[in-house]
Write a protein of this length. Sequence first.
Length: 388
Amino acid sequence: MFNFDFYNPTRILFGKDRLESINKFVSDEANVLITYGGSSAKRSGLIDKVKTVLGNRKIHEFGGIESNPHFETLVKAVEVVRNEHIDFIIAIGGGSVIDGTKFITLASSYDGDLHDLLKYGFTPIPLDTIGKSVPFGTVLTLPATGSEMNNGAVISYAQGKYSVFSELAFPVFSILDPTLTYTLPKTQVANGVIDAFVHTIEQYLTYPVDGRVQDRISEGILQTLIEIGETAVLESDNYDVRANLMWSATLALNGLICAGVPQDWAAHMIGHELTALYNIDHGQSLAIILPALLDIRREQKRAKLLQYAERVWHIGKGSEDEKIDLAICRTKAFFESLGVKTNLSGYGIGADKIPVIIKQLEAHGMTTLSETRDITLEISQKILERAL
């Protein structure tokens, strides 16, 4: 197991009817900005409920944060924070709203060109670059990204997606009420299941370093998602299933299972280009890329693929290659059982588009991906060809 630091200060408030808890963690004198995405948060009455809890505190709103939040939109919110002297933000929504809010909190205290904050990638922004940030909490409505309990965000700018990390970007609190997911469209639930699944895979399915606890937790998350995935999509008001989905998605990316082990985010990096270029949902892009990547990278991942086959899918018979083949096949079938297509052709993308995707990967510096930094553009091309 590698050396690691683990730090996570976010307070999780889980379960039904937790909105009143906001009062404990937001000052009575706070000047609050509520951030959200589309009209559903208003239409459902959730924003009004949060306002009621906030009582006499001064409240402002900023809506319209897109899926895959746009830099240009977030800059407008930064101006609101600065002009209105906001000192606390509450993000209401899924990962995109929370990611966007993280950027807003960091950018509001930065004196330089805000584009600078996009240049650090997976390296945390140095604390002395910003110094402080506007504290924020979240009310999660879509379990998927784990952004409610980590310090990372992904921001869209000029047909690219940029990672932003900072120790100052952890939420103060996150309210996780499974009943707030009941009105989600089935497509969004399916995408959330896949996103949480692939987050877990990319911290687990690499190479062995004897991280036994991390492996067992990861396998538990994967097995839970497999058990509840279809039901989560089909039964919108199944509290126990939605509760398990919500907590699985949070645990998948709160820093716990990646501590001390290698990580491979190649499926995400390639998938980001599909989203940026062709507007394929993030979860859908992962369902396309992951099975193809596992097939192409079977030798590099052989030991963990066999562990995955045996422990997660309970595949005990056959040769090593037969076990790996079946594990990849079952992974793909699982995604498809959620109603998600797992090939580029299912989205009208043919072989002629692969050079365009490769060009974008190169333009964004994604030329040495994987846990061992050896997925070149040529290998990424093979993965995309396998995904056709």
